[in-house]
Design a binder for this molecule. Sequence first.
Ligand SMILES: C[S@@+](CC[C@H](N)C(=O)[O-])C[C@H]1O[C@@H](n2cnc3c(N)ncnc32)[C@H](O)[C@@H]1O
Length: 343
Amino acid sequence: MSATLSDRLRAHFGHRDHLYGVLLAEMADDWDGGGVTRELFEGWEDAEPRQVPQLRALAGLFRILLRGDAPQLAPFYASIGGDADPEEAWAAVRPLIAAHVDELREALAEAPQTNEPARTVALLVGVSEAVRRTGLRRVRLLEPGASAGLGLLVDRYRFVGDGWSAGPGNAALVVDGCGAAGFVPEPFEVVWRRGCDVAPVDASSEDGATYLRSFVWPWMLERHGRLDGALATLREEPVVVDRARAAEWVERQLAEPVADDVLTVVWHSVTRMYWPPEETREMTAAIDAARARMPLAHVAMEAPWGVGGAAPAAAPPHQQIELDGEVLGTCAHHGPPVELTGR
Ligand SMILES: C[S@@+](CC[C@H](N)C(=O)[O-])C[C@H]1O[C@@H](n2cnc3c(N)ncnc32)[C@H](O)[C@@H]1O
């Protein structure tokens, strides 16, 4: 017999050690008991597990709190200062679901979308190596799968690793714990930056910023802190993220003329696994064709799976940092720490 929705809610975390573990266990009991959770997930009973409707619902709930319409939840959300016992949260959440069930059902249509600015440590590693190899320090940065474009602000963040640091001393975002002993960051200047995404988020707007934040689990304070720093940086340096698919957009960008002393860097992180195989092949072909016309580096922080192969159901053990297909090192899913190859 296949698992019921309540089995899947219960098994998602499999414990009650944090807020979402408690809420999903309570939702499972409520679903079994024919409560409001049935209405919330009606039509989603047989959703594929990877669609994680439960996380979509929790993000929708978080958004109601973040926009100020559920102050009774604030004590349970650590990212906004709450420290109440998660075991007490369901009594506040259940009536809220009932009051906002239509909105929460709409939230089920929104696939979780994050933008992790600390992943730019992988870009820093890749760009530094590309600068060393080409001698070019003026960079045109292009990012497919950019989400809100926070990964385009690499030169505006500060990074601190084992025995090295890089970036402005007054940066609003300091990414520490970067590891990478022996790494030598190279100075470079971003002269042009632009991204694309099939579902870009305008994080310069209040709604866009709230949307991004709602997918970051509330007790992950370091990630929330980094998002705060990156959003503050974005307010100073707005970026453009076009609504477009990766391959056709990269090809179009690479057709634009560029000065001889500019290094074009195509960079992407944790997006390739979502692309159909032909998208990856077409983008790679566009990059390879452009190499004859301009100095170009392809930097990626992606799962260590063969391109076009089926992605395993489990999360990868680490992400790989690639420069033109060469593996420079590995890093954690959200960036730091980095371990350089051969060190
Ligand atoms: C997990 S997020 C990573 C976002 C960002 N690169 C980061 O590392 O924080 C994956 C992103 O890829 C985008 N995406 C998925 N398929 C895409 C495609 N074919 N072309 C462009 N973007 C795509 C999604 O909309 C989403 O914003």
